[in-house]
Each structure stands twice: as C-alpha cells, then as structure tokens.
Design a protein around this ligand. Structure first.
Ligand SMILES: Cc1cc2nc3c(=O)[nH]c(=O)nc-3n(C[C@H](O)[C@H](O)[C@H](O)COP(=O)(O)OP(=O)(O)OC[C@H]3O[C@@H](n4cnc5c(N)ncnc54)[C@H](O)[C@@H]3O)c2cc1C
Length: 501
C-alpha cells in the first residue's frame, strides 16, 4: 500500500518505521526543514540544547521500533538509567534527591523530611497497582474499538474502579498516602507530565510516578535529540521517503474516503493517510469541508511552557540533569494557570544535559534549559509575561542557590506558547494536546482513526493516548494495530466497524 504521513514529529517518525517495516511504500511530508517537531535541538554560542522534551521514560518503546524493523537497538540508540531522577529544592532551604532506587529514595525522604519510609512505599505500590490494572487498556489499546473492551484485563479493571481514584483528584490521593506537604507537592508535580492540574486531574494519574520510579528515568546518549535522529535514520533505512519544507495543504477526500494529499498545489495519491499534525489543525486547515468532531476539538488544552535556554559560564555541582525549585504555594500556582495567568513565583525546572554530555557546553560552563509552566495561548501579553517571569525566575534561583545567576548568563534563547504553536502547528501552544483534568479526558481525546473518513488515521500528542514521548510512540503502535489485522494484513478501511463517543 502507499501510505502518506503528515508531519515528522516523533509519532510520525514511529509510524513511518512501522509502515515501512511492513513493506508499505511510505512518504512523509514535513512542514519544517528538520524532523522531530517538538523533539528537536539547536546550538547557540558553543552550547547544544534539546529544544523540547527533557525527561525520557519507557525507552523500550523506542527499542521496539528497531526490533520490529529487524535491527538491534543498541547498535543505533543507547541510553543510561539515571541513578538520581531529580534534585528538588525549596525556598526554606530543604533539598531532596529523588533516587531511582525505591529503598534509597525512601531513606532520603526520611532523612530530609522525617517521613516514615512506609508512606513512600505505599504510594509507589498504589501507583504500580493502578498501572498494572489500567495501563494496557488506557494506553496501549484503542479506546474506540469494541475488541478492546471485550479483551483480557477489562473485567479486573472495571471491578477495581472504586479504588482507581477516578472520582477524586491526584492531590487528595497523594495527601492520603504521603501526608507531608513537601512530599505531596513532589508527587503532585507528576500532573505536569501531561500538562494537567493535580487539584483537578483524576487520582488515576497517580500512576505516573510508576514510570519514573519503577521503570526508570533514562538519558539517551547524545541527548534527547538522539531519539529523533535514530528513529528518523531507521525510517530512511527501511525505505520511507521524507519531503521537508513541504506543508500539506489538504487531505483529498472522495466519496468518504481519504485518497491523497495536496502539497505545493500538487495532489499525491495514497491508499492510507496518517496525520501526525495536531488534530485541531488537521480538521481546520486540511479538512475544511468535512464535518468536524466539535466536542473533541473544543476540549480544554494542556498547559504550555516558557523556556529560557541559557548558556551559563559556571558549574553548579549541587545541580543534576533534572532540577526542580518549588513554589511555596502550589495550589495557588495551578489556580493561576487555570485562570490563564502565570503565577508570580512559579516552580522552576532546570534541565542540564552537559552534566552527562560534557560536549553540550564549553568547559567550565553548563547549558540550562530553564522552564516554567504557563497556560496555553489565549491572547495573553506574552512579551510582558516573559520579561516579568525572567526577572522572577532569576531572583528565585539566585535566592536558593546563593549566587547572582544572571551574571553568569552568556547567551540566551526563548521558547513560549506562541512559538511552540508556530513551529509545530500545536493548537494554542499546548505541550500535550488536550489536558487530562477531567475523568472523561481519555475518552474525549481523538481516536487513532477517523470514524467518518475511511483510510484516515491519527497519531501524536493530540490523539489517543495523549502527549509525551512514550504515549506518542504508543499512538503510532495503535494506528498500526488498527490498520492491520492480527495476521498483519491491511484491513479494508476502518470506517464501517468503528464507533466514537
Ligand atoms: C518544551 C516542551 C517540553 C516537553 N517535555 C517533555 C518531556 O520532558 N518528556 C516527554 O515525554 N514529553 C515532553 N514534551 C511533549 C512532547 O514533546 C510531545 O508530546 C511530543 O514530542 C509530540 O510529538 P508529536 O508526534 O505529537 O509531534 P509534534 O512534535 O507536535 O510534531 C508535529 C509535526 O507535524 C508537522 N506539521 C504540522 N502541520 C503540518 C502540515 N500541514 N504539513 C506537514 N507537516 C506538518 C510539524 O511541523 C511538526 O514537525 C514536551 C514538549 C515541549 C514543547
């Protein structure tokens, strides 16, 4: 079959590998001049920066792509497990190292916060249990196919619903298990891994720490961009063809079936089309004449981010790869985000890849990716917000680290909601598509196929199962499964046997 893919974001690349490995003829059209979408990199004055994602979990989903393509992953993509997942800092001088090993983490929590280890063990056991009950159904399968709901594992998950935290929020679950305000704040932070609010998002999202503390947090050799590079090169080796600087202008639909893509005024015919473009813009820009799934398209967006990429002419031995400087009032911080505003003294995240890849910064220097959570773009005065936030972030870091951080900045670049939207066509600059703040969020994310247009499929952060690298990789896997039967043969078209909410 001839498969056309719109976008070379991480899910588009993974789809290209999967389709080409099945022997299909694959053509990817990418608007930018480079692959990766949000997962890209750039250099500035001798510093290398990963532009978007910095935390890498579930590396086996990358390995899986190499294996199904018949290659040995370690020959092309290597990564290491982090012994310390994150360095945490508070304004009152408290510090804590989140060790990957659970015993060591529990001892550190007891030493620094006086919390009995048992509480941490219970919270992480609860996280594992919830993941084991629901992960396969909610993350690895299409929620819009009857076969998922008739499959194994559904009954135990249904019976466990009262204990999954669906009817309460993350903060409540974390307070019940952990009680200490700083530890609750630390665990509430996991809501930000998919751009949600821990005071609204269902307690089921307390599965997220399971990824980081049981399966692990990892760092790819060469930085996060190595994920993009290695999957892109794999797709090319399998025969996928890429056209960069080639924005798709229209999905051609004939008698209810997607038959081609219009690019640069020319129509290319395809048997199947996979859109890795944000679902919202796929409909608005590429399918203006088709009926739109309005309920899905108007779902609340996830949060966005404001990032200062700083070349810092100094080394900070107290910092690691991932660092968090918490705000004093987390509830107020998320309250502001819900109102579309930015908190005056927000939690600051710093990622420093030169800690593990010294070549990412000149000698004696560090590459700081300094990020705060901000609301999605809704017409705010971002220039004023950036100026105010920059001053606030620097004041906070200087207070906690005890040095004038601004005096060490030798180069700077900025990414913010408007540029996130313009560079990757992500609606309103949301990092993770729609938010997971409601119980129904998983069901109201766009399915991995169109229920109306035969032969049209969707992957990427705005489609099921959601944003973040692991889930985007899973979206490509689900597209592949939905498109092909168990025997690996392409199904005729999904339209007639599909259903959506
Ligand atoms: C600052 C930031 C920090 C993040 N941190 C993390 C993290 O630590 N860990 C994590 O797992 N995730 C993180 N994420 C989220 C993660 O980056 C995304 O969920 C993921 O990369 C999205 O991939 P995607 O496949 O949806 O495609 P995208 O990256 O959104 O790319 C879509 C591609 O489609 C192209 N495109 C759009 N329209 C067209 C068109 N008409 N024609 C052709 N091409 C088109 C775009 O140019 C783009 O290249 C972060 C994101 C950002 C921005």
């Amino acid at each position: 079959m001839k498969i056309g893919i719109i976008g070379a974001g991480i899910a588009g690349l993974a789809s290209a590998v999967r389709m080409a490995s099945r022997g299909h003829e694959v053509q990817v059209f990418e608007a930018n001049s480079y692959p990766g979408g949000k997962l890209s990199e750039f250099s500035l004055n001798g510093y290398r920066f990963d532009a978007g994602p910095s935390l890498f979990t579930m590396p086996h989903y990358v390995d899986e792509l190499f294996r199904l393509a018949g290659e040995e992953p370690a020959e092309h993509f290597r990564y290491e497990r982090l012994p310390v997942v994150c360095h945490y800092f508070w304004e009152d001088g408290a510090r804590l190292l989140a060790h990957a090993g659970q015993e060591e983490f529990a001892r550190e929590v007891e030493r620094q916060l006086g919390v009995p280890p048992q509480r941490l063990h219970e919270a992480l056991a609860d996280s594992r249990r919830k993941y084991e009950l629901t992960g396969r159904i909610f993350l690895e399968k299409s929620l819009h196919r009857l076969s998922t709901w008739l499959g194994p594992g559904v009954l135990p998950a249904m019976l466990a619903i009262p204990r999954l935290g669906l009817f309460t929020n993350m903060d409540t679950v974390n307070r019940r298990h952990l009680r200490h305000p700083k530890l609750v704040q630390l665990f509430n932070r996991f809501a930000t891994y998919n751009g949600s609010n821990p005071y609204k998002a269902p307690g089921l999202l307390t599965i997220i720490p399971h990824f980081e503390h049981h399966i692990g947090a990892f760092f790819p050799k060469g930085g996060m961009y190595a994920i993009t590079r290695s999957i892109y090169e794999l797709a090319q080796r399998k025969g996928a063809r890429f056209s960069f600087g080639s924005p798709v202008e229209e999905i051609v639909v004939e008698r209810g079936r997607a038959t081609g893509l219009k690019v640069g005024g020319r129509t290319h015919a395809f048997d199947r089309i996979i859109s890795n473009m944000d679902v919202f813009f796929t409909y608005k820009k590429l399918l203006p004449r088709e009926k739109h799934p309005h309920r899905i398209l108007k779902q609340e967006k996830s949060t966005s981010a404001l990032i200062f990429y700083w070349g810092i002419r100094r080394e900070f031995p107290e910092l690691g790869l991932h660092n968090i400087f918490f705000s004093d009032d987390y509830r107020a911080e998320f309250g502001r985000l819900s109102e579309g505003r930015v908190y005056e003294d927000p939690t600051v995240y710093i990622n420093i890849t030169s800690k593990l890849e010294p070549a990412d910064a000149p000698e004696g220097a560090e590459n700081w990716f300094t990020m705060i959570n901000v609301p999605y773009h809704a017409g705010q005065d971002w220039d004023a917000i950036i100026e105010r936030s920059r001053a606030g972030v620097l004041a906070k870091l200087s207070r906690i680290l005890g040095v004038d951080v601004a005096s060490f900045i030798e180069c700077e670049d900025v990414l913010e909601p408007r540029t996130i939207e313009s560079r990757t066509a992500s609606h309103l600059g949301a990092l993770y598509g729609t938010s997971s703040n409601s119980r129904m969020a998983a069901f109201l994310r766009h399915p991995n196929f169109s229920g109306r247009i035969e032969g049209l499929y969707f992957c990427g952060g705005s489609a099921h199962p959601g944003g973040g690298i692991p889930l985007c990789l899973l979206s490509a896997k689900i597209v592949d499964e939905v498109m092909h039967g168990a025997n690996g043969k392409a199904r005729p078209g999904i339209k007639s046997n599909s259903w959506t909410f």
